[in-house]
Ligand binder design. Structure first.
Ligand code: FAD
Ligand code: SIN
Length: 423
């Protein structure tokens, strides 16, 4: 090829010659949103022979997504329960500080149970309180116990495992970094990619951004190394709008370790749902009088209360006292392992915690189906701003959004490719 792409002019026959391939749908990301989208696109488009290619930045699979690290669970309204879509919508909007899009909230929350049912059909297994009855926990901002979980506090590992297995036959390319979304004046035409062979172009009429969050822009984060906000940059370079990106959620309880660097362990909010309490170095409650929901107030309220207490006391951290939780190691094996690695025994001593950068509430502007303003460009998962989260995401609504909007975006991307044909 001789055409310059973004000012990069390949040398014919030289090392900088672009490799080129064609697809109908390119999905960028292999977390919950990307793999659910890829499955939906594949299932929708296979009868017309569509080709779906999925990209992932790192070469290894283990721990390469934020999805893998999710702990607390998935917020979902179960039929035949005392819960309701109205209640989940109200909790989401209250946590979002009045900045959610109520229509998007209702649309996504109402589709939660069917999206989880699809995930179960694809092989995911959740913890049960009794045979055929899922165990439910509670987290900050929720007025009901409505959070399903797996492996105690290893929900993300189970979601990732199930989706990795379900997508095993798909064309998944690791060590493929998306550098630019390519488009003409009217629509998407492909993706510029770097892999071990150098720069290449995947020509495609539909591209789904599912690149996750940006916690690694901060020095203290729960996010894995790849969470560097690539999708926001890709969308901005393509001239797309982003919204609400000033709303970075700080999770109240990241394990405090003065010597730790890079991704730091999360101490799940579900511990507070099961009775753990937040105290300062004098044993006084951190949230008394701050909010009627106390330690289970929405996340931004609790993180701000901790910040204020640390500023007032000059301490380096506060403490989560989880000593009253029975069978700690069985219910919270991920947290138990992280504490053990840091020399903390949560059955005998309070866990030192501080707030840490956790989640990007805003992102690429989309509707509740993952559609952006550029025909052929879709976004789903943490990279997208659907209007579900407003200024502060309700706990365990992210995996929910990835499942619901990922599924919709995948189907819409396949339909778009069918309408447009190859580029
Ligand atoms: P990710 O799972 O982060 O996947 C992003 C993908 O994009 C990766 O495959 C990455 O390689 C790829 N990628 C990125 N940039 C590029 C590029 N330039 N080129 C190619 N590929 C690229 N949410 C809940 O709902 N419940 C929870 O219990 C929960 N617990 C959490 C615990 C932790 C410790 C963390 C960090 C988050 C938690 N969250 C939870 C939030 C939730 O896990 C994430 O928001 C969600 O998993 C994001 O999914 P995603 O598919 O959007 O992105
Ligand atoms: C947690 O388990 O505390 C994290 C849940 C979330 O980010 O929604």
């Amino acid at each position: 090829m001789t055409t310059p792409v973004l000012g990069l002019r390949p040398v014919a026959g030289g090392v900088s010659e672009f490799w080129q391939q064609r697809a109908d749908v390119v999905v960028i990301g292999t977390g919950v949103a990307g793999l659910v989208a890829a499955l939906a696109a594949h299932r929708r488009g296979k009868r017309v022979g569509q080709r779906v290619i999925v990209l992932s930045k790192p070469s290894d699979r283990e721990g390469a997504t934020a999805t893998y690290y999710a702990q607390g669970g998935i917020a979902v309204v179960l039929p035949d329960s005392d819960d309701s879509v109205d209640a989940h919508v109200a909790d989401t909007v209250a946590a979002g500080g009045g900045l959610c899009d109520p229509d998007a909230v209702r649309s996504i929350v109402a589709a939660g149970h069917s999206a989880v049912a699809d995930l179960v059909a694809d092989g995911a297994r959740f913890d049960e309180a009794a045979p055929a009855r899922w165990a439910l926990t509670r987290e900050g901002g929720h007025t009901r116990r409505r959070i399903i979980h797996a492996g105690g506090d290893a929900t993300g590992a189970e979601v990732q495992r199930a989706l990795d297995v379900a997508t095993a036959a798909l064309d998944i390319r690791r060590n493929h970094t998306a550098l630019r979304i390519l488009h003409d004046d009217t629509a998407v035409t492909g993706v510029l990619v770097r892999n071990e062979d150098g720069l290449g172009i995947l020509h495609a009429p539909s591209v789904i951004l599912a690149t996750g969050g940006l916690g690694q822009l901060y020095s203290a984060t729960t996010n894995p190394a790849g969470s560097t906000g690539d999708g926001i940059a890709l969308a901005l370079w393509a001239g797309m709008a982003v919204r609400d990106i000033e709303f970075i959620q700080f999770h109240p309880t990241m394990l405090y370790d003065p010597n730790a660097r890079g991704r730091r362990p999360l101490i799940t909010e579900a511990l507070r749902g099961e009775g753990a309490v937040l105290v300062d170095s004098q044993g006084s409650s951190v949230t008394d009088g701050v909010h009627p929901m106390g330690d289970l107030a929405p996340r931004d309220v609790v993180a701000a209360a901790i910040h204020a207490r640390l500023a007032a006391t000059g301490d380096d951290c506060v403490f989560l006292d989880a000593r009253r939780i029975a069978e700690f190691g069985r219910r919270f094996p991920t947290v138990a392992a992280a504490c053990a690695a840091a020399g903390v025994d949560p059955t005998r001593q309070p866990i030192p915690v501080v707030p840490g950068a956790h989640y990007s509430c805003g992102g690429v502007t989309t509707d509740a189906y993952g559609r952006t303003d550029l025909p052929g460009l879709f976004a789903a998962g943490e990279v997208a701003r659907t209007g579900l989260h407003g200024a502060n995401r309700l706990a365990s609504n992210s995996l929910l959004e990835g499942l619901v909007v990922g599924r919709r975006a995948g189907a819409a991307a396949a339909d778009h490719a069918t309408q447009v044909g190859s580029v």
